[in-house]
Each structure stands twice: as C-alpha cells, then as structure tokens.
Design a protein around this ligand. Structure first.
Ligand code: HEC
Length: 108
C-alpha cells in the first residue's frame, strides 16, 4: 500500500515548488508586495516601507535615494547598526530584487 502514497507526495512536492516560485515573482513588482520583504523586513521598516517599528528607518527618503546599488546591497547583506545582516538568510537574487525595488520606491 506504500506505493499509493507516492503520487500524493509528488503532488505535495510540486505545490512546494509552485509556492517557492510564486515568491520570486511578486504580484506588482513593488517592494511592499514582495513576500521576501514582508517576511524579513516589514517588521522593522513597516508594511509600507515608511519605517517605524524597532527603529527601522523609512526606505523612501533622500538618504536611501542617494545610496548606490552597492551601498544598498552591502547594507542588506552585511547589516548596519541595528539592521541585521541577511547574508546566508536570503539569496543574492533575493537581495538584488530588494535593492531594485527599494530604488524603484525612491524614483517616485
Ligand atoms: C531588526 C530590524 C530590521 C530588520 C529586520 C531590517 N532592517 Fe533595515 N534597517 C534597520 C535599521 C535600524 C537601520 C538603520 C541602520 C543605521 O543607519 O544605523 C536599517 C537600514 C536599512 C537600510 C539603509 C537605509 C538608509 O537610508 O541608510 C536599508 C536599505 C535597509 N535597512 C533595508 C532592509 C531590508 C531590505 C530588510 C529585509 C531584508 C531589512 N532592512 C530588515 C532595521 C532593520
């Protein structure tokens, strides 16, 4: 009877991949719609990325707008002050997506 479980676990496995894939393609491409942001950053930088909780600053301000791509990537990868480092927690692609979305946020 064990073989009857095989198709079932394949379905379960497939839906895991689907969810993981969906997380890489945020609905409207914006930072606050990115599940990676919601899970890792929103608790400090706020659901709207305007800052507040736990001392996380707004991510839409002149200082962030002036930061270079490398600066932003460095801050997210290695942390800064009370900002935790995300190396090992997020992939390079996830960090790059966040950087692009932070920059898009500051172009408005
Ligand atoms: C534990 C709270 C916390 C979490 C979680 C957090 N941050 Fe931060 N973040 C901070 C604080 C505090 C600073 C200010 C650091 C400083 O300048 O000393 C900061 C600074 C930044 C900056 C630089 C802003 C600027 O204008 O200099 C960026 C960009 C940033 N965070 C992005 C992120 C991203 C993206 C995530 C999720 C992957 C994240 N942060 C998660 C607390 C947090």
């Amino acid at each position: 009877m064990k073989t009857a479980l095989l198709p079932l676990s394949l379905v379960a496995l497939l839906s895991c991949f689907t969810i993981a894939y969906a997380q890489k393609a945020p609905v409207d491409g914006s930072l606050t719609a990115n599940p990676v942001y919601g899970k890792n950053c929103a608790k400090c930088h706020g659901k709207t990325a305007e800052g507040r909780t736990f001392g996380g600053p707004s991510l839409a301000n002149a200082k962030t707008a002036a930061a270079s791509t490398d600066d932003l990537r460095g801050i997210i990868t290695n942390g800064k002050g009370h900002m935790p480092k995300f190396t090992g927690k997020l992939t390079a692609e996830e960090i790059d997506t966040l950087v692009q979305q932070i920059q898009a946020l500051n172009k408005k």
